[in-house]
Design a protein. Sequence first.
Length: 144
Amino acid sequence: MPGYKKMTVASLRDVCESRGLQCSGLRKSELIDLLRRDDDAREVESDNDDSNEGHDSDLNGEDEDDNEVSLGGQFVNGGHATATIPDAMLAGGEEGESESIKEHRLKLALVQAESEARERSWAIEQERILLQAAATGLAHQLSG
């Protein structure tokens, strides 16, 4: 991976824009994270292309020129599956539906899965804080 930390914010934004990534309003650390995730996605895509040579890559509606996340049932963030996208949402709607509507449907499914993952993460964090507070309170009781 390139040395993103040494690059200026303007250079990082240029790289993001050249890859078609949304980067407005992001700070330098967020731009670096975005580019690294994109690098990882490109690496995985490259590995998949190598292992699937001779197969039609458009079987699942994936466009090789599209820089967006492909949906295969799970949303992957940093290499870790964080949310499952219901198959019904991936299936789409009507048979004669335009590609842009299908694309928007998939984007909506991704946003909903991300939201559910954040909610689960927040619930886990709240539980961890409660457990930590309970353990601290118990330690004070034992020492007092």
